[in-house]
Write a protein of this length. Structure first.
Length: 329
């Protein structure tokens, strides 16, 4: 006890204690992403950044410790009325960041509370300028409108509004039922339209297919007719060529036969053979006439007729021989 009392009564102890306290008040280790707002005799002087910092003890003091990280503020659910007079319940979440610790301390008492109230007011204003359908379809537009409205208002507070997101839009049960009926009707309408369009496309496709089939059939028939005409033409050409060749060959054969006969007729033996052949032909002609009919009319001079026919043929043959005689001489 005596030693403790002696320590407490020792002036050096108290001097050391005061020095330690003074050092503690004058030396500050500021964490990362924090800002210490320093006042001197109640007036703002500076903001301490992260790391080791020194201030004047008992003259300067840390008035506020501000978080410079991104912060999240949940906006509580509240009622709002749309442009078409429908009451809905909305809530959201706000993302902010302190960029000026001094402004967040000197220009506003509670920047979190102020941001929350400002976000609620901006939400009601944004919803009030839009109809219910637009509120559901244009959430991004609502978020952007609220963020823009808060950005200009929070700038003097040393804050930046990074983004705002609507969490939920709750509508009354009666409106919800009406919207479900409307959506059902829209789905049925779209289904009917899609069915009609499908049937239309199917009919067009079928008609196009039939048209193409008819065109192909016509082209096939045309090609078939052309091929048939060309085949008939070729056949007629070949037939005519064959007939012409046959006629030519027959004519050549007959000419050669006549030439051979003419050469033979120039001799005595040829004359006799021609006489015999003509007589046989005449007899055969009379026999054929008698064979074809049951009644044969005759002048009774059949033998004379045959002789006369042979004589005429001999005269012709003599004329032929006379025509050939100068050539042989």
């Amino acid at each position: 006890m005596d030693s403790l009392f002696s320590i407490l009564t020792n002036p050096a102890f108290w001097i050391a204690l005061v020095l330690l306290y003074t050092l503690k008040k004058g030396i500050h280790f500021v964490p990362q992403n924090r800002g210490y707002v320093i006042y001197r005799f109640g007036k703002y002087t500076k903001t301490l950044g992260s790391g080791l910092n020194f201030i004047v003890p008992f003259v300067e003091s840390v008035e506020a410790d501000r978080n410079l990280k991104e912060q999240t503020l949940v906006i509580p659910q509240q009622s709002a009325i749309t442009k078409d007079n429908i009451a809905i319940m909305i809530d959201g979440v706000l993302f902010i960041k302190v960029i000026d610790a001094a402004a967040a301390t000197n220009n506003i008492t509670d920047y979190k509370l102020a941001c929350t109230q400002l976000a609620m007011t901006s939400m009601r204003n944004a919803i009030g300028s839009m109809e219910l359908d637009d509120c559901f379809q244009n959430r991004s537009a609502i978020n952007a409108k609220i963020q823009d409205a808060m950005q200009s208002a929070t700038q003097p507070w040393g804050l930046i509004v990074l983004r705002f997101e609507l969490l939920e839009i709750a509508i009354p049960p009666s409106i919800k039922e009406d919207m479900e009926k409307q959506m059902t009707a829209e789905r049925q309408k779209r289904s009917a339209i899609l069915t009609a369009e499908g049937e239309k496309i199917a009919a067009i496709t079928t008609a196009e297919g039939q048209k193409q089939a008819r065109v192909l059939d016509a082209e096939a028939a045309k090609a078939e007719q052309v091929l048939a005409a060309e085949a008939s033409k070729e056949a007629q050409i070949l037939e005519a060529t064959g007939k012409a060749e046959a006629i030519r060959l027959v004519a050549i054969a007959e000419a050669e036969a006549l030439t051979t006969i003419g050469k033979s007729a120039a001799t005595d033996e040829g004359q006799k053979a021609i006489t015999l052949n003509l007589a046989q032909g005449a007899i055969a002609a009379h026999k054929a006439i008698a064979h074809e009919g049951t009644v044969v009319l005759s002048d009774g001079k059949t033998s004379d007729n045959i002789v006369s026919t042979v004589a005429q043929a001999m005269a012709v043959s003599s004329a032929i021989n006379l025509s050939h005689s100068p050539r042989n001489s």
